[in-house]
Write a protein that binds this ligand. Structure first.
Ligand code: NAP
Length: 327
């Protein structure tokens, strides 16, 4: 007798992490549903990039519309739910705090209610963020014991979602796990994020399509990992016997300056400072100076560790942008 396939619902399927997670789950023989908003012309470029568009069943709904989510849950009764949908760009959260709250906070409440009512045994993953810590750390490092002190509307909306997931776990005995994800990147990272701006910008300069790159604060330091590694941690969290919350990070920190240096060096462009200009319009009302996570708990409990390191990640993104622009 063949066991029934596990069913997973991924929200945010068309973003960066969604396609990587879909590929992983399809390889593990899951039936994968992906939540997409209603668009006249949906953009499948990221799922196309990872070759999963034809294998995912797309369902239409919206994180801000509880009824649409409830209908989807009744239709597919998933075994596992991965909530990756978000207004995920920190800078925009100052301009659109209400929309960011509706998607990132209330949307999570709607998902949790839908699980509780329709499929209470389903396992729930919430994409939390290292931004929850703000500038708090213990000896410079951020792990699960460091108190949260969010410094952007984005981080505040994620704080609500984090605690709501914990509360549903404790109140209703539901399997809810938070991945406190530090920055993770890939060739399909959104174009507005600084890492992708740098890799695309450097590739454009190399090909003579641009002669400068305009950025905001380049002194910030981040713990950058590869999205393909981070989705594996998400899956492992939902396979564990006990739901819990984990920092997912590489344990290595680098500045944006180092990112620039590594990207420009990859393309033999010489000194990056010749090309990079500063525009205060890209600065934020408050900055988080350093995000540097400790993945020790995830390593010990889940057996997870990142495979792609900083330099390989930058090279992967630069090479991909070069190939794409040449094509
Ligand atoms: P992303 O590329 O911005 O993707 C977010 C996805 O959410 C998009 O596909 C977007 O859909 C969808 N979405 C937004 N509003 C929605 C709504 N109202 N209804 C349904 N879908 C909606 O984000 P990511 O980089 O893959 O990150 C995945 C998750 O991890 C996010 O929750 C993010 O906040 C969190 N996270 C990411 C990082 C990181 O470094 N990448 C770090 C910490 C936490 P459209 O395509 O229709 O716009």
């Amino acid at each position: 007798m063949k066991l029934a396939k596990k069913t997973a619902l991924i929200t945010g399927i068309l973003g960066q992490d969604g396609p990587y997670l879909a590929r992983l789950l399809l390889e593990k023989d899951y039936k994968v549903y992906g939540l997409i908003r209603r668009y006249s012309n949906p953009n499948f470029s990221n799922t196309d990039f990872l070759g999963v568009t034809g294998d995912v069943e797309f369902v239409t709904g919206d994180m801000t519309d509880e009824k649409s989510l409830m209908t989807i849950f009744k239709l597919i009764t998933p075994d596992e739910v991965y909530n990756l949908a978000a207004q995920s760009f920190v800078g925009v959260s100052w301009e659109q705090p209400k929309t960011t709250t509706e998607i990132n906070s209330l949307g999570v409440l709607y998902l949790l209610n839908a699980i509780r009512q329709v499929c209470p045994g389903a396992r729930f993953f919430q994409a939390s963020t290292g931004d929850l810590f703000g500038n708090n750390s213990i000896n410079g490092i951020q792990d699960e014991d460091v108190p949260f002190k969010p410094r952007s509307p984005y981080a505040v909306t994620k704080l609500y979602a984090y605690w709501m997931a914990v509360n549903f776990r404790e109140s209703y005995d539901m399997f809810c796990a938070n991945g406190i994800l530090f920055n993770h990147e890939s060739p399909i990272r959104g174009q507005e994020f600084v890492t992708r701006k740098i890799t695309t910008g450097a590739a454009r300069i190399k090909l003579g399509l641009a002669d400068e790159l305009i950025l905001g604060n380049i002194d910030a330091r981040r713990d950058w990992g590869f999205a393909g590694d981070y989705v594996e941690a998400m899956w492992l969290m939902l396979q564990h016997q006990r739901p819990d919350d984990y920092v997912i990070a590489t344990g290595e920190v680098h500045s944006i300056r180092e990112f620039l240096q590594t990207a420009f060096k990859r393309l033999e462009l010489g000194n990056w400072e010749r090309y990079v200009k500063f525009d205060p319009k890209f600065s934020r009302p408050t900055e988080v100076h350093t995000l540097w996570g400790s993945p020790e708990k995830a390593r010990k409990t889940l057996g997870w560790s990142p495979k792609v390191r900083f330099e390989a990640l930058v090279h992967m993104m630069v090479d991909s942008d070069m190939a794409r622009l040449k094509a």
